[in-house]
Write a protein that binds this ligand. Structure first.
Ligand SMILES: [Zn+2]
Ligand SMILES: [Zn+2]
Length: 265
């Protein structure tokens, strides 16, 4: 009898999913074409994303135009070693990637966050950093200042960090880092001004048990890597408190001069 009830429940659930899919078919998060599963983008939109792959800088993932030996770094990273250990990005910022980032920022969270999280998780998995790791790993978003959080109601980096932590089964720690300074927006600022703007802006939450931070490793999550000023400042602060490794994972990376294919939106 119990088996019969379970079978009936499964059938009715599948039937309900079919009905919902028929009445409200899942749509591409960017162009609204029908797609197979909810929280996805269609093949045509996917092809407009410029995925970052090798050859790229071992430290900051800046794509290289020509093949390079394993573990090569870009001129910038050779000149000044980043505060973080390595930074990864899934795609080059612009075109379809920019639209996803803006959707997430403007609150159309479901499709955008689901697509971005999947691609960021895949970048982390292919980095090999999840293999044979015995250190405690925290997934930490770049925080917003409380005043901006109050205005915007959510932190897009926290949404991404939460999804990534869940997928990789790591500890999600949204309050480990705090933004103590309400900085002006980094948009429109040059590299030097960006560095100055975020200097001293972050702190490790004083209520946190420092023992648990020391020797841990942190995946620091943000939506876009522009010059790296923000994540460098966060990494500097985390390392001050004994964090052993800081790996930055952003969805998109700004690459100067990158040419995007014509968009059909
Ligand atoms: Zn589409
Ligand atoms: Zn680099």
């Amino acid at each position: 009898m119990r088996n019969l009830i379970q079978t009936f429940q499964t059938i009715s659930k599948d039937f309900l999913v079919m009905v919902v899919d028929y009445l409200l078919p899942p749509r591409c998060g960017l162009c609204s074409q029908k797609v197979m599963t909810a929280g996805n983008i269609c093949g045509a939109c996917f092809q407009q994303l410029s995925m970052i792959s090798k050859p790229c800088c071992y430290s900051c993932s800046l794509p290289f135009d020509v093949p390079t030996p394993e573990r090569s770094s870009c001129g910038q990273c050779l000149q000044t070693q980043p505060e973080y250990d390595r930074a990864f990005s899934a795609v080059v910022y612009g075109g379809a990637a920019k639209r996803l980032v803006l959707q997430l920022k403007h609150g159309q969270q479901y499709a955008a966050s689901s697509v971005m999280i999947k691609q960021m998780v895949s970048v982390v998995l292919s980095s090999g950093l999840c293999l044979q790791c015995h250190e405690t790993t925290f997934v930490v978003p770049v925080p917003l200042h409380w005043s901006r959080l109050a205005k915007r109601k959510f932190n897009q980096s926290a949404l991404l960090a939460q999804g990534i932590a869940k997928a990789l089964k790591y500890h999600y720690r949204p309050a480990l880092l705090q933004r103590k300074k309400a900085t002006q927006s980094q948009g429109g600022l040059g590299k030097e001004d960006r560095n100055k703007n975020v200097r001293g802006a972050f702190t490790v939450n004083k209520n946190w048990s420092f023992d648990s931070v020391a020797n841990a490793r942190v995946f620091l999550i943000d939506d876009v890597y522009t010059t790296g000023a923000t994540v460098q400042e966060c990494a500097r602060e985390l390392k001050k408190y004994g964090v052993k490794k800081v790996y930055v994972v952003t969805y998109a990376r700004v690459v100067k001069g990158w040419m995007f294919s014509e968009l059909s939106f």
